[in-house]
Design a protein around this ligand. Structure first.
Ligand code: CU
Length: 214
């Protein structure tokens, strides 16, 4: 086996385990061989792909938010989508379009018809979208897409927006103590945790004893 074939064999599974940003059109194909492109999804904030690497790939998005299509390749992912308005030299993706971030399950296509903006854009305004996924390795993977907010743009509808083999939920704030049953431990410090758990166990024991004697 030649060295090239070996490198290919090693590179393919790594690349296959990341994700593709299908819509809006990403700045560049970061699933391509990173040794050739120099792009890598581990690089913050946009996988090392410069803005407008090709001028043609700025997607028209509706003024109040648009669609997102991802090709996911991990068994599950956490997904965050951030936005920056304008065209800035140093881009801070400080507007979250997923204040409740998403937890997807499955390897396949995920389509979300509309990610709403916190404020409407003006016609012709420019912006950039940053998608961040995190999976079991705990490392964030980045991709970006450039947008032009356009009053005539629409979201992807019907057959244009079909998920395949992927489901997702928004991760919501859990009620305090949920998962710990009647024992909401606050892990502020190691000792605090121990005291809390101990107090809680005592309380539970008393409650159980009461229940038994009543
Ligand atoms: Cu991966």
């Amino acid at each position: 086996m030649g060295l090239h074939a070996l490198v290919l064999l090693l590179a393919v599974p790594l690349a296959a385990a990341h994700y593709g940003l299908v819509y809006p059109q990403w700045r560049g194909d970061t699933l391509k061989d990173t040794n050739v492109t120099g792009w890598n999804q581990y690089i913050y904030p946009c996988a090392g792909v410069p803005r407008n690497s090709t001028k043609a790939n700025r997607t028209d998005w509706p003024l109040d938010g648009g669609s997102l299509v991802l090709e996911l390749k991990h068994p599950w992912d956490y997904i965050f989508v951030n936005l920056v308005f304008g065209v800035k030299e140093r881009e801070a993706y400080d507007i979250s379009l997923t204040p409740e971030f998403l937890n997807s399950t499955g390897s396949g296509i995920l389509c979300i018809e509309k990610l709403a903006l916190p404020r409407n854009a003006t016609d012709g305004e420019l912006g950039s979208l940053q998608v961040v996924t995190v999976s079991e390795r705990g490392s964030a993977l980045y991709n970006c897409a450039d947008l032009k907010f356009t009053s005539s743009a629409t979201t992807l509808k019907g057959d244009q927006c079909k998920s395949n083999n992927v489901t997702y939920f928004a991760v919501k704030q859990q009620a305090a103590g949920q998962g710990g049953g009647a024992c909401p431990a606050k892990p502020s410090a190691a000792t605090g945790l121990r005291v809390n758990v101990a107090t809680c166990v005592v309380a539970l024991t008393i409650a159980l004893a009461f229940g038994l004697t009543l």
